[in-house]
Design a protein around this ligand. Structure first.
Ligand code: F6P
Length: 335
């Protein structure tokens, strides 16, 4: 069995650990062959691949990014309202390369593409990857825990300068549709105001929260903003929020945009083990001939769900999330 592995969409810690999990399980346990496809689906269009072996899949466990490279190539994207011949070029190239199946490591867009290839009869397995943790069907995707660790460390550090200067520090974290990073790092980092794309906010309520903290003797505040929150301003949402806070409270307010730092560096031990477990499970599915599914992590168990159930769905934070409820009970403002 010759397995093709590709990584698509935004990079994140844990991708290389997943590649390692697939390769080492495939080669050592099932005596399969593994082929690395460069730059996501672009690599299949251009037959840009490399053989992977036990040696090339070593040293990947703690390495950030993806050694295969990635892209946001969408083969099913219509041009002038028409599907192009890219999907069929890819299917033919898979045959020319002797690939028996495909493991697609990626986020929502990648799993949607994988689902379309599955419908065309391509033996394919998806492994969920994103720092946003917004992929439906899995409790967590690898990359998320690493991003939350990075963001939480940043929030911890902002407390020093906030308390020293008696300022409001606004930090913008990633998550353009789902506020999971803001929620988890905001709660772990002791955010006083946590703004999520899924929940509406009012400047008045944020102002009242900050002023009430001052009345209680807490002369600084930490505001955690997901990049996807509603933004009536021109620039970044954090800049708009900071400007409104300073104008309505008269307190010095500063902004930190964490950006791509959340996607860099070595995966946490949790993400390394989640990646390893998902990579190994995907290879077991191949051995059993189980295709057209995405590997998932639910209640600390690894299993799979049909790609058709995942495609096009987002996992968003809801008002009844227990971290949101607990935060509100503790006096944290969610907007
Ligand atoms: O989907 C992961 C993510 O990091 C989002 O949080 C962020 O908004 C987006 O990717 C950035 O996309 P790009 O890497 O293409 O700039």
């Amino acid at each position: 069995m010759k397995i093709g592995i590709l990584t698509a969409g935004g990079d994140c810690p844990g991708i290389n650990a997943t590649i390692r999990g697939v390769c080492k399980t495939a080669i050592n346990h099932y005596h399969f062959e593994a082929v690395g496809i460069h730059s996501g689906f672009l690599g299949l269009l251009n037959k840009d691949v490399e053989d992977l072996n036990d040696l090339t899949s070593s040293g990947l466990l703690n390495l950030g990014g993806t050694v295969l490279g990635t892209s946001r190539e969408k083969p099913f994207k219509k041009v002038d309202g028409q599907i192009t011949d890219k999907p069929h070029i890819i299917i033919n190239n898979m045959k020319d390369l002797g690939l028996d199946c495909l493991v697609c490591i990626g986020g929502n867009g990648t799993q949607k593409t994988a689902s379309k290839f599955a419908k065309l009869g391509v033996p394919i397995i998806g492994i969920p990857k994103t720092i946003d943790n917004d992929i439906w069907g899995t409790d967590f995707s690898f990359g998320f825990d690493s991003a939350v660790n990075i963001a939480t460390d940043a929030i911890d550090r902002l407390h020093s300068t906030a308390s020293s200067h008696k300022r409001v520090m606004v930090i913008e974290v990633m998550g353009h549709k789902a506020g999971w990073i803001a929620l988890y790092s905001g709660m772990a980092g002791g955010g006083d105001v946590i703004l999520l794309p899924e929940l509406p906010y009012s400047i008045e309520h944020i102002k009242d929260t900050i002023l009430h903290r001052i009345e209680c003797g807490k002369r600084f505040s930490i505001v955690v903003v997901a990049e996807g929150v509603k933004n009536p301003g021109e620039g970044r949402p954090s800049e708009y929020i900071a400007r409104m806070i300073e104008e309505t409270t008269n307190i010095e307010t500063r902004v930190t945009v964490l950006g791509y730092i959340q996607r860099g560096g070595s995966p946490t031990p949790f993400d390394r083990n989640l990646s390893t477990r998902m990579g190994g499970y995907a290879t077991e599915m191949i051995a059993k001939g189980e295709f057209g599914k995405m590997v998932v992590y639910r209640g600390n168990e690894i299993s799979s769900v049909p790609l058709s159930e995942v495609a096009g769905k987002l996992k968003l934070v809801t008002e009844d999330n227990d971290l949101v409820i607990e935060g509100k009970h503790m006096g944290i403002c969610f907007g």
